[in-house]
Write a protein that binds this ligand. Structure first.
Ligand code: PMV
Length: 287
């Protein structure tokens, strides 16, 4: 019997633009998903990712496994990519990270049709990554304690539809959207430097700039805006949506002495504060 765990993720900078070849920054979070091989109970609702992974690396084997997720699928922390990665690793513990990435990314693309693979990379490599679509670049960033606050909107994001909406906007206004993507790409590159420096106040400001462009792309929502405004009024250095938009979570950065005020403001605005630690370890075999 072998137990493998993989972390969930949060997009910090660069969502949507990353689908078109620009970089993003993603962090792996403390909430993990566990796959135990050689038991058959308690399967996740959506078995497609597990079955696809078994079809690729477990063919001809009588594989029985169970999956247990420490976080609810509702938050958008990437349970589909985490379960795909953990299952592949359970089937081939010696496979190297790149091989797991290429195989898992293909499975996720086959099932979901779209996506940059940033969530797959976070599940495998962990930490905080500077990432370019399809894993063209997967660069681990050495960052210190990130004073991150996460607020859940209570609304499920429809990632596929939001990606399609952005594609439609890009077809209609190609120059405008390319300009937005280019500006987001520049923010990501500066955020990378400031995160390594540990200048979280500046990184917070960059979150604000990134959020303005996401708003222009049309992927924010009233609820996200309400939680972001509340976090800022509560004293956060900056805040933005995280992921496709439309719902799921927002993130904020604040100095430790402002954390409580920011969390209270998010709660008062109707959000649910989710306590997660960023920069978590990637996929691993559990003892
Ligand atoms: O909704 P999430 O958390 O899966 O994030 C989607 C981020 C996008 O950039 C819109 C898509 C992607 O795969 O990079």
């Amino acid at each position: 019997m072998i137990t493998i765990s993989a972390p969930g993720k949060l997009m910090l900078f660069g969502e949507h633009a990353v689908v078109y070849g620009y970089p993003c920054i993603v962090t792996a979070i403390s909430e993990r998903l566990e796959v135990v091989i050689a038991q058959a109970n308690d399967m996740p609702d959506d078995r497609r990712f597990v079955d696809a992974a078994i079809a690729v690396w477990g063919a001809g084997r009588d594989v029985k496994l169970s999956a247990k997720c420490a976080f609810s699928g509702k938050y958008g922390f990437g349970s589909s990519s985490a379960v795909t990665v953990a299952t592949l690793k359970a089937l081939k513990p010696d496979a190297d990270n790149r091989m797991v990435f290429d195989t898992a990314y293909k499975i996720v693309l086959d099932i979901q049709g779209v996506g940059s693979g940033f969530d797959v990379a976070a599940a495998i490599y962990g930490g905080t990554l500077y990432f370019v679509t399809g894993g063209k670049t997967i660069e681990p960033l050495t960052v210190g304690d990130m004073p991150l606050i996460v607020g859940y909107t209570g609304v499920k994001a429809d990632t596929k539809t939001l990606i399609a909406d952005v594609a439609a906007k890009r077809a209609k206004e190609p120059e405008k959207v390319e300009r937005i993507f280019g500006a987001i790409g520049k923010i990501v590159d500066e955020a990378k430097i400031q995160m390594i420096e540990g200048d979280w106040e500046r990184v917070g400001r960059l979150m604000d700039f990134n959020q303005e462009y996401l708003r222009d792309l049309g992927v924010s929502s009233e609820k996200l805006e309400a939680l972001i405004a509340a976090a800022k009024a509560g004293g956060a250095w900056g805040a933005k949506l995280s992921g496709a938009g439309g719902g799921d979570c927002m993130i904020a950065l604040a100095s430790p002495d402002m954390r409580q005020a920011v969390e209270e403001a998010i709660t008062k605005a109707g959000g649910e504060v989710v306590w997660v630690t960023p920069n978590a370890e990637g996929v691993r075999v559990e003892p």
